[in-house]
Design a protein around this ligand. Structure first.
Ligand code: HEC
Ligand code: HEC
Length: 392
């Protein structure tokens, strides 16, 4: 695993060093002369390929769960194209909606509604997902029900969705071809100006994978104690440290599903939101009864800003979420064993009672305070993730 990551970053290094200068000139010419009224891109490429990650991202578990495929490493040029596509309303049928309409940077790339509004005013069936650290998900699947096998598959799906953006791939390619500013961007990223839906998928995926959040107060604290999350963090309040201990305790089990420094899962799980399901989650995709009520455990990075919470946005605040885990978890055959007292194997002994951590008011406050330490202001305001269009 580690080896693969190393060789990947080598590839990225080669991409971002030597050919860069030439390519930068290209962008200078094109953007500053022809497209400056449309796009505001930097003279030098932003660094997407090699962010200055802290130790706890480079070594150990996090490096092992990177879902970047060998044929699509993040390059500065590719992610730059991806950024322009992400913010371009030409990706929707009536030029009203871009990816960023529902994935807003200052909201951790989620949006404020329980459901999101598509290009013709229709509502999505589920809550928009925050995109920070989507790159670090072990099984590499996407959406709440994990119906997309890869990010490269996922990014073309909202474009073709009848509610979200409403284009066919042919319409997409011809609309993108018609925008002159794309030619130099495709050439920089892929060596030719030809527009294909494959290249659009690769570039959007690179941009989404470049959205790594690693500068929260949690990260600063973890670095200060040399990566031992059991130690009190010197930059945390007492309440935040109590919340951290609770999060990593067997009493709450939080960290057994929201794992590693990215706080994401190794697979979809059933966290007991409902005893009787209205949304089958992964089970609706696989048709397997054992998967019913399982949903993706995506990263909790910037979670304070991505509410409302859960796949249907049922909880308005983090306090409501913590209160749910305290005494609201519903029993059903599919409930994950981590949320049962002395549960047996998955799909095995499913008769254990629901685990009730019995948190008092201060402990609930502490968990909420801890979740707030996962907010990363640099990520939320970093220009390299912001809207490059001058007028939208
Ligand atoms: C109309 C709102 C809307 C638009 C436009 C939209 N999305 Fe989403 N996005 C959502 C919703 C809602 C979900 C969750 C849907 C589900 O799970 O069924 C989601 C999920 C995702 C995920 C999955 C994250 C994960 O961890 O599994 C990614 C990645 C994503 N969107 C990227 C994009 C990209 C790239 C675009 C533009 C091409 C885009 N979205 C356009 C609303 C939107
Ligand atoms: C059995 C695994 C499991 C455990 C234990 C668990 N979670 Fe979750 N968590 C999930 C799943 C699965 C989801 C997504 C569920 C959905 O939306 O249907 C989730 C969602 C969340 C969300 C909302 C995420 C979003 O983007 O809307 C928060 C916040 C959260 N959990 C915090 C916690 C805290 C705090 C604890 C401990 C008190 C905890 N979780 C324990 C599996 C777990």
């Amino acid at each position: 695993m580690k080896k693969a990551i190393f060789s990947m970053s080598m590839v990225a290094l080669i991409f971002s060093c030597s050919p860069n200068d030439e390519v930068t000139d290209d962008i200078n010419d094109s953007v500053n002369t022809d497209f400056s009224g449309i796009l505001n891109l930097p003279t030098d490429f932003y660094n997407y390929a090699n962010p200055d990650l802290p130790n706890h991202f480079v070594t150990g578990q996090v490096a092992g769960i990177d879902n970047t495929p060998n044929n699509n490493p993040v390059t500065d040029e590719g992610a730059t194209l991806g950024r322009v596509l992400f913010y371009d309303v030409n990706l929707s049928g009536n030029n009203t909606v871009s990816c960023a309409s529902c994935h807003i940077q200052e909201r951790g790339f989620a949006d404020e509604g329980a459901f999101s509004t598509g290009f013709e005013g229709g509502l999505t069936g589920r809550n928009s997902m925050g995109l920070a650290n989507a790159r670090y998900y072990d099984n590499g699947r996407f959406f709440w029900d994990e119906r997309a096998n890869t990010l490269e598959d996922q990014v073309l799906m909202p474009i073709q969705d009848q509610v979200e953006m409403g284009l066919t791939l042919n319409e997409l390619v011809s609309k993108i071809q018609d925008q002159d500013y794309y030619q130099p961007l495709f050439t920089d990223a892929f060596g030719s100006s030809e527009v294909t839906s494959d290249k659009i998928s690769l570039a959007l995926s690179q941009f989404v994978r470049s959205m790594v959040s690693y500068e929260s107060r949690y990260d600063e604290g973890l670095e200060a104690v040399n990566g031992d999350e059991d130690d009190d963090f010197p930059n945390f309040t007492e309440l935040e440290n109590i919340g951290k201990d609770l999060f990593f305790s067997n009493r709450t089990q939080c960290s057994n599903c929201h794992e590693t420094a990215t706080f994401s899962g190794d697979q979809a799980r059933n966290n007991g939101l409902d005893a009787v399901l209205t949304d089958l989650g992964v089970g609706g995709v696989t048709g397997n009864n054992n998967d019913q009520g399982e949903f993706k455990v995506n990263s909790l990075r910037n979670i304070a800003l991505t509410g409302p919470y859960m796949h249907d946005g049922r909880f308005a605040t983090l306090r409501e979420v913590v209160q749910f885990y305290n005494n609201g978890v519903q029993n059903s055959p599919g409930l994950d064993n981590r949320l049962r007292v002395g549960g047996g194997g998955r799909g095995g002994n499913n008769n254990g009672n629901v685990r009730r951590p019995n948190l008092n008011g201060q402990e609930i406050d502490a968990l909420v305070a801890f979740l707030n330490t996962l907010t990363d202001e640099s990520f939320l305001t970093d220009e390299k993730f912001s809207n490059p269009f001058v007028n939208n």
